[in-house]
Design a protein around this ligand. Structure first.
Ligand code: ATP
Length: 359
């Protein structure tokens, strides 16, 4: 699968711009703040219906304008897919596939698989568990529609249960029997999510370690562990045991929405004990492993976006990444960098067709 063409109207700092892409490597070079990342984000937007960086859609409209539109033409096997994503201020976002608007955006997820690697991925290490859950869910959901549906249902029931807990507190009453209905549903969807996440990590870990080993070229041992209370106990039992706590907190304090991934280097948390270069290597290995996981499970090779990934990495690690990209049969790649010479050296050494766009 590859993106042939994109046109942007009022998207972030672009008023009106079109790019025609190479089916393999496309590099954006230019000064800080010129819009390199914004082009990559527009590509992401077409595949996921939202920005990778800014969840508030209206802020992606160019300042002073009242709408944006991104249009892209993908070649997926024998078919062309024309995707339009547009937003007018005050209206709902519209995503169209070949002229037909989606009723549910979740139906679009997985059609055009993509992996983004960006400096913002640091959040995976430094932020709370939600970012790591989202990462795990994003990887699985791109190739498993049932998982995505289980997540959507779980979150809906969770919201209802939390609202009921708040309602009880506000009205000074408590009726555990009413909560029971939600407990059953949460437990049903929660166990699907838990099982799928377990299976995912079991399969993912070896690919991840291998990617890390190749990029670092050394023998640093990294780890990835799925942490969930559901490992020990059924969710329905956990919900029952936490009933008084939930009542006091007025929200559901246990479930797969509290799961986490533990990232380690030499068995210590990478957040505290990894150097900046090691953390960056960890994140790139994680994303390359994501790429391979999706490629193995989806029917198509994901597009890879590499936003400013070469900073802070020593020469060897950059070389190893290039070698990985060369060997591993990647599909279309977009990359951004501030240094034109470095970019040119990198893309030439990959031995594929390429286009360099100077912004
Ligand atoms: N809604 C918007 N309207 C207009 N401009 C915007 C909007 N959102 C972001 N920008 C502008 O986009 C620019 C940032 O673009 P981008 O992040 O793509 O830069 P970059 O070329 O990747 O830079 P760097 O090399 O620093 O990463 C900023 O100048 C910012 O002000």
């Amino acid at each position: 699968m590859f993106l042939k063409k994109i046109s942007l109207v009022n998207y972030k700092n672009f008023d009106s711009r079109e790019f025609e892409f190479d089916s393999k490597i496309n590099a954006f070079v230019g000064a800080n703040g010129i819009g390199k990342t914004n082009v990559l984000d527009a590509v992401y937007h077409l595949c996921f219906g939202k920005s990778y960086f800014n969840p508030i859609s209206s802020q992606n409209i160019r300042h002073g304008e009242d709408f944006f539109m991104i249009e892209g033409i993908f070649q997926k096997e024998e078919r062309e897919e024309r995707i339009i994503c547009s937003l007018k201020k005050g209206n709902k976002k519209v995503i169209k596939r070949n002229g037909k608007a989606y009723e549910r955006f979740s139906d679009h997820i997985g059609l055009l698989p993509l992996v983004m690697i960006s400096p913002a991925d640091r959040d995976l290490i430094i932020e709370g568990s939600e970012t790591r859950r989202k990462f795990m869910d994003g990887v699985i959901a791109q190739s498993d529609k049932d998982y995505l549906q289980a997540l959507i249902h779980y979150n809906k029931v969770l919201m209802q249960r939390n609202s009921l807990l708040k309602y009880f507190a506000a009205n000074h009453r408590f009726d555990p029997a009413t909560l029971e209905v939600y407990n059953e549903q949460l437990s049903h969807y929660g166990s699907i999510i838990h099982e799928r996440r377990k299976k995912f990590i079991a399969e993912f870990i070896d690919t991840f370690r291998e990617q890390y080993r190749v990029i670092s070229g050394g023998n640093e041992i990294v780890g990835l562990e799925y942490d969930s209370k559901l490992h020990e106990e059924d969710l329905q039992v956990l919900l029952k045991n936490n009933l008084e706590k939930d009542r006091a907190l007025q929200y559901t304090s246990v479930g797969t929405h509290k799961d986490d991934l533990k990232f380690t280097i030499a068995e210590h948390p990478i957040k505290k004990f990894g150097s900046q270069g090691q953390q960056k290597t960890f994140l790139i290995a994680l994303k390359f492993a994501q790429f391979h996981f999706i490629k193995a499970h989806a029917a198509t090779t994901p597009v890879l976006l590499l936003d400013d990934i070469f900073d802070k990495l020593d020469e060897n690690r950059v070389k190893h990444i290039i070698a990985l990209v060369e060997d591993d049969n990647f599909g279309q790649i977009f990359l951004s960098d501030t240094h034109r010479d470095r970019t040119e050296d990198i893309v030439k050494s990959i031995h594929q067709s390429y286009k360099i766009f100077t912004l």
